[in-house]
Structures are given as C-alpha cells and as structure tokens.
Design a protein around this ligand. Sequence first.
Ligand SMILES: Nc1ncnc2c1ncn2[C@@H]1O[C@H](COP(=O)(O)OP(=O)(O)OP(=O)(O)O)[C@@H](O)[C@H]1O
Ligand SMILES: [Mg+2]
Length: 852
Amino acid sequence: MSDVPAFWHAALSDTLKRLGTTSDGLSVAEAAARLERDGPNQIAEAQRRHLVADLLRRLANPLVAILLVAAGIAGATGDLASFTIIVLVVLLSTVLDMVQEHRAEATAEALKRSIALRATVLRDGHPDDLPVSEIVAGDVVMLSAGDLVPADGLVLSANGAQLNEATLTGEPYPAEKHADPAASASEMTDAHNALFHGTSVIGGTATMLVVEIGRRTRFGAIAGSLATAQPPTAFERGIHKLGILILRMTLFLVLFVLLTHLALGRPPLQTFLFAMALAVGLTPELLPMIMTVSLARGAQRMAKSKVVVKRLSAIHDLGQMDILCTDKTGTLTEAKISLVGHPGIDGDDDDRVAELAAVNARFETGLKSPLDEALLLHMLDRPLEAWRKIDEKPFDFERRRVSVLAENANERIEIVKGAPEALLELCVHAQDRSGAIVSLDDGMRARLVQIQGDRAAQGLRLLAVAWKPAAGLDRIGSDCDENLIFVGYCVFVDPPKASATAAVARLEAAGIRIKVISGDAAPVVQHLVGALGLRVEGVLTGEDIAKLNDLALAARVEEIDLFARVTPDQKTRIVHALQARGHTVGFIGDGINDAPAIHAADVGLSVEGATDVAREAADMILLAPDLGVLAEGVAEGRRTYANIMKYIRMGTSSNFGNMLTMAVASLWLPFLPLTAVQVLLNNLIYDMSQIGIPFDNADAGDLDRPHGWDMPGLVRFTAIMGPLSSLFDIATFFLLSQVFHAGVAEFRAAWFVESMATQILVVFVIRTARPAWISRPHIVMVVTALTGLFVALLLVLLPWSGVLGFAMPSGTIFASIALLVLGYLLSSELLKRFALRDGRNPPQVVDGRLQT
Ligand SMILES: Nc1ncnc2c1ncn2[C@@H]1O[C@H](COP(=O)(O)OP(=O)(O)OP(=O)(O)O)[C@@H](O)[C@H]1O
Ligand SMILES: [Mg+2]
C-alpha cells in the first residue's frame, strides 16, 4: 500500500502517546476540539453542495448556456427587452428548481440522520452512546457482537472477538482479534490486533482505540474509488431511456424548425432564438426536481407511518415489490421468549438441563440470542457463581450451536447447546436423572426425536443440551463435537404476534406474496404460520436447498412459501433465485444472519432494534417491528410512483403534441407562432404550475398492486394524447388566422392562452384513470395549477402585455378559445380510457393471491 508503516506495527504505548490519549479515552472537551479540527468521521464528502457551485453547474447545462449566449446576441443587437426577459426567466426557473431540490434533499437527510448508527464511546471515562460521525482519533470504543466497526484502530482488550472482514479482504471466514502486538504482519488479514472500519463483529466483545477516521481509514480509501452508489433501479433506468428519446426528438425538431424557417427567408436571429427556446421548452428539465421532491415527500410521509427511508430510490422498488421475504422472530412473533420447560431424557423437567444450558448461555460471548436471555432470566434466582469459564467455541449460523468449556468445584466439562436435530445426532451417550450415563440406543433416540416432534408441533422452540468430560483440557479441541452425552432439551415459547395476521392480509391484498425464511426448524415455523392463519404453501429446508443448484432453486422458489433451517448464505440464494424469476424482492430481518440477504434484496428492510449490520445493509428501517407499518409504506411508495408518472405523462404527451404542432406551424404560418421570450415564459409558468404534483392524492387503483416502469404503456399514452393536443392547437391556428384574421401580436396572445390552459388543465383529467370528477385532487395541486393559469392570463390581460409582444385579443376570440379548451379537456377525458391502460399484462389476482 504505502511506505508508511501500518498503524498496527507500532507499540500500543507509542500509539497512545502519539494520539495524546489513554485507554480511558478522551475528555468531552478534547473530543469536541478534535471533531472541530479533523471533521466528522464519515466517508462521503459533506453532502450539502455549495449553493453557488450548484447554481453554476445548472447554468452550465448546454441548453441554458446556449440560451444565455443567444440572449447576449439579442442584447448586443439592441433587443434589450428580449435580453432582460430571457436572462430573468432562465435565472428564475433555475433558482426555483434548485431551491425545491435542496429543500427536498435536506428533508431526506434529516430523516436519515435520525436513524444514524451509534456507538458506545468512552468520554470522560464513562461509556456514552454517540453517533458514529462524532468519533475522533484517540477515542476508545466498546464493541460487541452485531456492531459495525466505526473506524480503524487497535484492540485494547478483547474477549473472543470474531470479525467478519469480508468487505475489506474478501475473506469469508471470521478473523479472531486480540490485543497482542502484530509487528510482523504485513497484510491486514494478519493484523490480529487491528480493527477496520466497515467490518463487523460477529462474536465476542472488544475495546478499540481509534487511530484513523473517515476517509483516512482503509475502507474510506477504497470506498472513494469504488463508487458506492447503488446501481439505478428499473424505474430510474426507464426514466433515463425516456430522457434520451426526448433529447433526440428535440434535436430533430429544432433542426427542422431552424432549417424550414431559414429556407423560407425568416429573420435568422429570431428564428435561432425561437428554436433554442423550443428546445428548452421540450426538455423535461423539471423531471429530476419532481422526482427528488416526490421521493422526499414520500419519505416524509412514510416517516409519519414509522418507516424511515435510507435510500430514496428504494421507494420505487418498494412500490414495485411483489414478494416479501420475512424472518420469523420479531416480525411474525412477539420475540418475547420464555423458557417453559427443560425435560431430561425421561421427558420430565430436569434441573441439570437448565443449569448446563444457562452456564453455556452465561459464558457465550457472541451476540446473546433471545433464547440465551430467556435461559438466564429463568436462572436469575440461582446464580451460576460456582462456574468458571475456560474456553468457548462461539455460535455460528452454519453449526447452529455453542460449545463452552467450563468448570466448578466438581468437574471440568464441555457444554454444548444448539439446534436439536443436529446435536442429537452427535451424541452417543445420554445421562439420566440419577446422573448415570447410559448408551444412547435406537429406542431412546426414537423417544427423544418423538419429544422434539411433539414440542415443535405445538410451536415450541427447542434447544438440545449435551456435554462431555474435559478434565485437563484448556482449549476446546477440534474433536469438540465427538462422543457427546445428551442430557435434555430446553423448551421455549415465542407467542405469535397478534397483529401479524392482519398485516399479512393487507400486504397480500396489495399484491405482495409473503415468504417466511427462518433458521428455525420446519415444524415450528409451520405451526406458527398455521397459528397466524397465513396461507402459505410448501416447505423447503436448508438441507433440500443445499442439494439444488441455482437454476433448480429458481425453479422451485415460486411455489414454496416456507423455508426452514436455512443458513445466511441460503437466505441470499433464495433472494437471488426470486430475482432471477423476475420478481422485485423485499427482505426484512434483524440479525447478523439476515444482513447479506437484506443487502441482496431490491428492498432491504430492517427494524429499529436490529443489529448494526442488518440496519446498515437495509434501505429502509421500520421504527416499529410490525409488518402493518410496512403495508403503509408500500402504499406511500406506490403513491410516489403514481405522482411521478403523472408528471411524466403530462410532459411526454404535451411535448410530443407541441412538436407536431410546431412542425405544422412552421410550414404554414408566415411568422413565428410565439417569440422566443413567449416560449420561455410559457415554459416557466407551466413548470411552476406543476410543483404541486408531488402532493397529489392517488386513486385506490394506483395503490392496490405493484407496478413498475411501463414503457409500452407510456408510448401508447403519448401516441394517443399527443396528437389530440396537436389537433386542438392546429384548430386554434386555423381559427385565429383563417376565421378571425388576427394580427401577429393578437395571434400570439390568443395562442399563448390556449396553449397554457390546455397544458395546465389537462392534469386534472389524466391524473386519474377514473372519471375526472370522481377522483379528488389534492388542494395544493389545484392551487398551484390554477395560479399558473391565472399568471398566464395576467401576462396577456395586463396593460404592459405589449412589452412581451402581446396584444389583447377580442372577446369573441377569448370565448372561442375557452370553447376549444373545453373541447380538448372533454375529448381527453373520453380518450384517456384507452390511453391509461397498463401496457403490461396486468397480473391476475385469483382468490386473493397474485398469480405470476
Ligand atoms: N444462542 C444459541 N445457542 C444455541 N443455539 C442457538 C442459539 N441461537 C440460535 N440457535 C440455534 O440456531 C438456530 C437458528 O438461529 P435463529 O433462530 O436465530 O435463526 P433465524 O434465521 O434468525 O430465525 P428467525 O426466523 O426465527 O429469526 C435456532 O433455531 C437454534 O436452533
Ligand atoms: Mg432472526
């Protein structure tokens, strides 16, 4: 990497001295000073772009730049009015755009900050829960299983600390960390005394001295080069394609208008300005702003219904999600686990079982599972003080058991507790109530399997407990799973969550199929879904999945709704298999074991109380561990999508219509239908009139099933509504020039009004697939749209309209225009039933289930 010696080579005492700190950490005042000096501990550059820089960036947009140059030419040739107005309009619309977008981004950022990761940091010698961004070099941070390492640093002390460093090193196996110096380690993979930002603690605890923060960490160094941006969603890709299409058409039209007018001998400068203004008018320049504002507004509303969005574009995915994978504990159950029994091999409660299990739970340093907590709670009145820990082999989700080496005055033994099926297999002896050790024959094995089956069928969760003598041993050996002596089971109850049934029903009614993916045993999961009354089909276990390759798995995942005893890796495989079948997949989970699947899903979901790793991997965080909250979120996602589509439909259809109109007008009219200034004003007012769209209400039809980017539907909409608007434009031309023989200024005023009214008012028609008078628009949208129309009328009616090149049209002209506009709105209302049909084959909902 670099010639500077790696930070883990130096002696700890030297590093402490260099950083001016001790193993008790910094004082609050010193930390504040360092935060001021070094800046926050974050990898991304400060998000807030500088306002002036942003303005310049927007003005550098080629279209705007051409306009400004054109304005300059107009000014130089003495057309001061055009110069001033063009510059004003350009500035106004740019600033408008920018302010809206900044405000939206600020809202989204604030929401995100509310769920920022926190860490336990020693300040003034006391542990304090602080946002990770406030960590400075010299701080001492306390880490435990499930935490993300917030910076680079040295291990001060560790207790069975195991780290997953795959993000940095690609190494899938956990790395053990301890405080001994590693002066000779040249690679980070060998630096067993160093902790790196972005890795996660999967077992044990550690205290860490922070050495490097933010971009100076190893992770920060590569994160900068590896663009961390998420790949665009299907919706964003669609929008991008549409943008390119519009750009091509605009270019074509502008060239066409330019060449025809020049060929017909019209004044070159004016024609050029007009063509440029047209180009500006045709670009959906407001689209990015409308998208950001809609998404931010969606995020704000979702926050009210307790879903905090970390990645804004995930709102699209949420609206499009048609499969939700969920883990069991906490989402479908109350996660209030208690021990209800500890039967020995005869089936009756045996205290030795509870005691050994509790010793194991007490000494295990990994993330305490709710099962461990239930065990410890049960033993509260009988402290395990006689026991001393010697060694441990921590829990992992592949082995599904924990081994602990411990002793009391009488014995030194290895105690194992874990998933019963596998653990029973490993036992060759059993111990009965009297303490006698008997051989575990087939008959007894069958009786024990029977106990497992009985309890699981009642929905009770089981852990098996076994042990073996370990006199003279100081470490757990590689033979730790051999020759075990079975003592009994711990039986837990985790009551089903009452609200889950209704929440699942709501999600299913919204066209989302639920799949339960659990690390628990199949009968337990089956009993639970039965108790909740969920309609789920089929079961696949981790063992089955291990035998399937990805292709075979993809063939099975559709019809199976229950997955039991799966490993974390298999959770991810299931998500990928569903994605391969074309589904938009959500995954909700809270554990270390869920994080990879959360990351792989289109919509990664986690809950407030989940482990850091799960929350970090998620796109959205539910503030309440309740699927009902998610159902609300889905509705918001779809509303956001529906509103963005309104803007896009308005834009594409009126653009396409305008293009046709302009092409016809250029050939036919002896003058430009509008001056450049008028085109720009038209565009500005139209833009402003649409600012209310993100606030609009959505119809039930927009919310009751998933929908994604639908290009064929959009093309059909444009092909129907575009020509319709041209038809009425051309009718207006005809009326004005052939019937009323309007003068140039009067013609332009009338056409300005007609074009504004049709463009602005049609939103009330196409915002809904239902009859326009049934579906109520949001008041903010009504007000912005009508204000736009009012301003347009003022520009023509006020005395100074002459400055803009308008002359007041006669009352008859106004009346005919009003009739034309009315006719346009009515025919749009009639035709929209053909234009607004979904372009894809609508998914069929049969018997409440979405058929795919
Ligand atoms: N602390 C523990 N000690 C021993 N075994 C454990 C412990 N925690 C979990 N196990 C075993 O590992 C299995 C898988 O763990 P867990 O149930 O947490 O997985 P999961 O996929 O998160 O399940 P869920 O869907 O319930 O959230 C458990 O069913 C249990 O048999
Ligand atoms: Mg879990």
